[in-house]
Design a protein around this ligand. Structure first.
Ligand SMILES: Cc1cc2nc3c(=O)[nH]c(=O)nc-3n(C[C@H](O)[C@H](O)[C@H](O)COP(=O)(O)OP(=O)(O)OC[C@H]3O[C@@H](n4cnc5c(N)ncnc54)[C@H](O)[C@@H]3O)c2cc1C
Length: 347
């Protein structure tokens, strides 16, 4: 894993935090379903919430996801939104993105009931219920898709008593701050062009999809590291597991697919402009990243035998977290349909 090329540059202090300290607290983040305030503050101090370029953001997400995909997700969702809201806010703060509603996340417009009414002085009052809003537990700012006077539009609200956050107890990405959020006439400003909210949200989602691929890459690398260590140490019939051909081929399979995924993510990140990435490459990388993360965590669990199934262990967490990658930021089937439509057009 140490030999894998970087996707982008990450400040040394942040790298040390994500690779040195995070593995030690990743289990308790998972159990408690929350990142401790002190660790959030360390992330902020080391620059995790203002990484500059998509390539640096994706590298930080990947490094965190080797032990805590939830922390990788937190950095990612903030980063995808920060590109849009950076110029609109006075003070920095963690951003959450509220698009999905209780009716379902795939058909966003068909289920969009949240409304924004003019509130005077260029302000709006946003009312409605959103589900699966990641980062909501920690967020200072909420980027919300709502029906405004000009049609679906992105709005930016600052945390207040008019925003009710109720944590969700998911089996996956525990600690990513995922919540049901109710907006009760919450004050907001426009954060995009009236009527273009869906298109603008999808632009952020494309970077998010590439980020999900980076989470998948991190999970695969975390699982591979654990599986390699174990295979070298653990003996069966007097010789290390790593001497048997079956396990060797499993490890090789993960290593080569991780290398190919890394190349695809790096290519898409290098072409990014203003946080916009190629939607086809992002979709392809996300589908590949989810599949590799699920396969790699399965292999690590399999090689570790019963120990790989221990509650709150790294392998168990990576297996649970890899499952979210086929649902969040667009379900696998929707992405495959999109890829197929491009393939059928000869793209
Ligand atoms: C961990 C996590 C974090 C999330 N974070 C956020 C967030 O920060 N902000 C936010 O707004 N949302 C967030 N979401 C919501 C996410 O975007 C939705 O879960 C996703 O868009 C799918 O919507 P849904 O779960 O409502 O499933 P639905 O839209 O109800 O779809 C259910 C299933 O139907 C199938 N399906 C749907 N459409 C098609 C189709 N056209 N063809 C074939 N099959 C189809 C798929 O298998 C899909 O999984 C998050 C979700 C998760 C799990």
């Amino acid at each position: 894993v140490a030999c894998m090329p970087e996707l982008g540059s990450v400040p040394a202090g942040l790298r040390g935090l994500l690779l040195g300290e995070l593995p030690g607290i990743a289990g308790s983040i998972d159990r408690e379903n929350r990142v401790p305030d002190g660790f959030l503050e360390r992330l902020r101090e080391e620059g995790a919430f203002d990484l500059g370029s998509p390539a640096s953001l994706l590298e930080a997400v990947r490094l965190a996801s080797r032990s805590s995909p939830a922390v990788g997700h937190l950095i990612l969702i903030h980063g995808t939104a920060w590109c849009r809201v950076r110029g609109l806010v006075g003070e920095p703060g963690i951003v959450a993105v509220s698009i999905t509603e209780p009716g379902g996340g795939t058909d966003v417009l068909g289920n969009l009931e949240t409304r924004a009414e003019p509130g005077g002085g260029g302000r709006y009052l946003v009312s409605g219920v959103k589900v699966f809003t990641s980062n909501a537990l920690y967020a200072r700012y909420f980027l919300v898709l709502a029906r405004g006077p000009g049609g679906p539009t992105l709005y930016l609200a600052e945390r207040s008593d008019s925003i009710m956050v109720e944590p969700l107890d998911l089996t996956t990405l525990r600690g990513a701050g995922v919540a049901r959020v109710e907006y009760r006439a919450a004050e907001a400003v426009e954060a995009g062009t009236p009527g273009k909210g869906l298109r603008e949200a999808l632009e952020a989602i494309n970077l998010g999809r590439l980020g999900y691929a980076a989470i998948g890459l991190g999970i695969a690398e975390g699982a591979l590291e654990a599986a390699v260590r174990w295979s070298l140490e653990h003996k069966v019939f007097g010789k290390p597991l790593a001497d048997y051909q079956g396990p060797r081929w499993m490890l090789a399979e993960v290593a080569l697919e991780a290398r190919a995924l890394e190349a695809l993510i790096r290519e898409a990140a290098s072409e990014a402009s203003d946080c916009r990435v190629d939607p086809l490459k992002a979709a392809m990388a996300k589908v590949l990243g989810a599949r590799l993360a699920q396969r790699a965590s399965w292999i690590a669990t399999q090689l570790m035998g019963g120990r790989g199934l221990s509650r709150w262990s790294l392998t168990e967490r990576l297996s649970r977290d890899s499952r979210a990658l086929d649902i969040g930021e667009g379900a696998r089937e929707v992405l495959l349909d999109f890829i197929a439509s491009r393939v059928l057009k000869g793209g």
